[in-house]
Ligand binder design. Structure first.
Ligand code: PLP
Length: 395
């Protein structure tokens, strides 16, 4: 098969599209990571990432994907048998909980309907019931990439304060960072889990934790075994981060992606994500308008995600067959359904380096694939998206 012409429309919710200037910046010749020239780049990157996270706290980096930052957040903070409260959001909260159990932690969950999102009152009640303060941390996935739902972290913090509970707040920002509003310090987040390959528009390869002073105190008391991820060990190094070779190319790329984000302005980046997300949701709502078509998986309008939409197929229609048509006929890559949503859901990632025509091209490909695959839908979703992007509400 010849290579298809034109660029692939890459609509996965991570990794995401990499701007050309970031790709070029990553292609930097090797440099000793202790070279002063690289150290200056590294320090600029740390300062820039702190502005994106809206934090003054320290950031520890690892050469790893997001899973590494999940593991580091647990291995550095807790001792065997410590209890954590994981707020159920979907596949990714389940996976983080599974990792905690594997590390010897006692995981409790706030159960939730994946289509509605966890109730804040349930979080407060679970913490209020923990009178002896066994629970050491609340683990919250800010944006559940598998379901396209958001957890309002400021409300989670308010529930913790209302219950007068001293637990740490750990927030996974992997698919919300530099896409959705996020305020580490103002929202009282103690540890951020983040990665390179989504809102930061970089290749996969580094992950990080930003850590509050309160979390650093917990770290000093914690006894879980760790070595590669050990924050205390990292603080003895020149970069006060990383154990082992630093992926220097990714930092040249990060320097450029931070420049792009700051040139656009973080609030404008958030607004662009919101505008494109509303267009995607307008198309989905239109397709489902015949009462039998594909529908938005998230049923709670207050929790819909502006970085990814999960779309539930009508009963008896295979989401992966639709994705295969998009991939093979139109050179469009969509995300698939994860764990219990496999085959039932496909996902349009609308985060990172995206604009209106890229979104409309993806929606047009999906609409053609719906037709080709014999899925019942109401035609005209792309027009609905265009209307959304050009009407007063587009913002
Ligand atoms: N958390 C969330 C919300 C994610 O979306 C992902 C991956 O998509 C992860 C954690 C795991 O990150 P990684 O695949 O980079 O290890």
């Amino acid at each position: 098969m010849p290579e298809p012409r034109g660029r692939m429309f890459f609509a996965n919710p991570g990794p995401t599209n990499i701007p050309d200037s970031v790709l070029h910046a990553c292609a930097h010749p090797s440099i000793d990571f202790n070279d002063d020239a690289f150290f200056a780049v590294y320090e600029r990157c740390v300062a820039g990432l702190k502005r994106v996270l809206r934090t003054e706290h320290h950031i520890f980096f690892y050469t790893a994907s997001g899973h590494g930052a999940w593991e580091a957040s647990m291995a550095n903070l807790f001792s065997p048998g410590d209890a954590l409260l994981v707020i159920e959001t979907g596949h990714f909260s389940d996976s983080w909980a599974k990792m905690g159990r594997a590390l010897g932690l006692a995981i409790e969950t706030v159960p939730a309907d994946w289509r509605e999102g966890a109730r804040i009152a349930d979080i407060e009640a679970a913490l209020a019931a923990d009178r002896s303060h066994r629970i050491k941390a609340v683990c919250a996935v800010h944006n559940e990439t598998a379901t396209g739902t958001v957890l309002p972290l400021a409300e989670v913090r308010a529930a913790m304060d209302a219950a007068r509970h001293p637990a740490l707040l750990l927030a996974d920002t992997i698919s919300s960072l530099a896409s959705l509003p996020f305020e580490m310090d103002r929202w009282g987040v103690d540890v951020v889990v983040g990665g390179s390959q989504k809102g930061l528009m970089l290749p996969t390869g580094f992950a990080f934790n930003a850590v509050s002073p309160k979390a650093m105190e917990a770290h000093r008391r914690s006894r879980l075994p760790r070595h590669y991820f050990d924050w205390s060990e990292m603080l003895t190094r020149r970069h006060k981060s990383f154990i082992g070779t630093i992926p220097t190319g990714l930092f040249y790329g990060l320097q450029e992606s931070l420049r792009l984000l700051e040139e656009e302005g973080l609030e404008n980046v958030w607004a662009r994500h919101s505008r494109l997300a509303r267009a995607v949701r307008a198309a989905i709502a239109h397709w489902s308008g015949n009462g039998r078509g594909p529908e938005l998986f998230c049923r709670n309008p207050e929790r819909v995600s502006d970085s990814v939409s999960a779309i539930l197929m009508p009963e008896g229609h295979d989401a992966d067959a639709l994705r295969a048509t998009c991939r093979q006929r139109f050179h469009i890559s969509l995300g698939g359904g994860l764990s219990r949503l496999a085959g039932r859901v496909f996902r349009i990632g609308h985060l990172g380096d995206l604009n209106e025509p890229m979104i409309l091209g993806t929606l047009a490909g999906v609409e053609m694939a719906l037709k080709l695959n014999g899925v019942p839908y109401r035609p005209g979703g792309v027009e609905a998206a265009m209307e959304c992007l050009t009407s007063g509400a587009a913002g």
